[in-house]
Design a protein. Structure first.
Length: 346
């Protein structure tokens, strides 16, 4: 343990890593900041401080955080402000003044696909704002009938990804070379499978290992629900256009015993909680369709950044060197088409 950072000593510290999913924001609305330990500010300096535990983080991918939208202009285009913001943080990193890691080398923002064909203009505005870094969008589909799960945080309604208007907008992604990050709860995984089957030419990234849920009416039912989660993960994995992020398991939504424990859980304890999900995903998708994500700072309730990375290094200890290279860097580089020639990640 490093006493100055509170992080564990890094395992396999030379292994190149691309963190495929984290957030950046400033003055975040309280309802969203509550997910990140109450932090309303999380910019490049805060992220780099969390990442200073000795791991070889070569680059990262920024994913939308409902932050920094434009205050003016047409309502549907205001989300483009987040891409402008993320690209500014990326430009700061690209100066080299913040170290060798390239923050936000890929940018995933958001829009509302229910705009139908009008979404094309928003996507083109994102592309212009993000320059060479904008790679796709995420539109959260997470929903549950029990208001205690998200407390009205996401106003999607049930089965967003099956909605006809959503799909008319979604159809604009592939022609522009853009991917889609899907965020749902485990009870909604069949909607992702249906979407992937309907759009085989669109790259879909399943976030957070398919969102196991263990709070509210699902408290204490993780083991019971694991069978259905496994069935649906395997069904999605049969779709070659889908890859999965191995992360997001350190959120309050999962209900694992290690979350928020005092003293904080070790990487061994985190790995014990997460192992069934991570190993099932790797087996179903194959290492070349899996990628590591920290989901920071949302997953900070599970432990420090370095401890979480150590947990995933433990979880992949039985993989070959090539498989670990794919999980920790290669898959993210391919899917998000990252230009990080400066980093030795081959």
């Amino acid at each position: 343990m490093n006493p100055s950072t509170g992080q564990e000593t890094a395992l396999d510290p030379t292994l190149p890593i691309v963190d495929a999913h984290h957030h950046l924001y400033d003055r975040l609305a309280d309802r969203f900041a509550a997910l990140s330990g109450g932090r309303r500010k999380y910019l490049i300096d805060e992220l780099l401080q969390d990442m200073c535990g000795g791991h070889n983080i070569a680059a990262t991918v920024f994913v939308d955080a409902d932050a920094m939208y434009r205050a003016e202009g047409p309502a549907e285009y205001r989300v483009v402000g987040e891409t402008e913001f993320a690209n500014g943080q990326a430009a700061m990193s690209a100066s080299g003044l913040y170290g060798p890691c390239r923050i936000a080398a890929g940018i995933v923002s958001t829009t509302d696909c229910r705009l139908g064909d009008r979404v094309k203009g928003v996507l083109e505005a994102h592309l212009a704002a993000g320059g060479s870094r904008f790679r796709g969008i995420r539109q959260t589909g997470a929903w549950d009938a029990d208001a205690s799960i998200f407390g009205g945080m996401f106003k999607n309604g049930e089965h967003l990804y099956l909605d006809a208007a959503f799909r008319r907008g979604f159809a604009n992604l592939a022609p522009l070379g853009l991917s889609f990050d899907a965020f749902v709860l485990s009870t909604q995984l069949r909607d992702v499978a249906d979407l992937a089957a309907a759009f085989p030419d669109t790259r879909i990234v399943l976030d957070h290992a398919g969102g196991p849920i263990g709070i509210g009416p699902y408290h204490g039912r993780l083991a019971e629900m694991f069978t259905a989660w496994t069935r649906d993960i395997k069904k999605i994995a049969r779709r070659a256009n889908v890859v999965v992020k191995l992360g997001g398991l350190g959120s309050f939504i999962n209900g694992f015993p290690s979350y928020g424990s005092q003293p904080p859980a070790s990487s061994e304890a985190l790995a014990a909680d997460w192992r069934p999900y991570v190993e099932t995903c790797i087996e179903a998708f194959g290492a070349d369709r899996c990628m590591f994500e920290s989901n920071y700072p949302v997953d900070s309730g599970a432990g420090s950044y370095g401890t979480i990375v150590n947990a995933y290094k433990r979880l992949t200890g039985g993989c070959s060197a090539g498989e670990r290279a794919a999980i920790f860097a290669g898959t993210a580089i391919e899917i998000y088409r990252l230009d990080i020639a400066h980093a030795a990640v081959a």
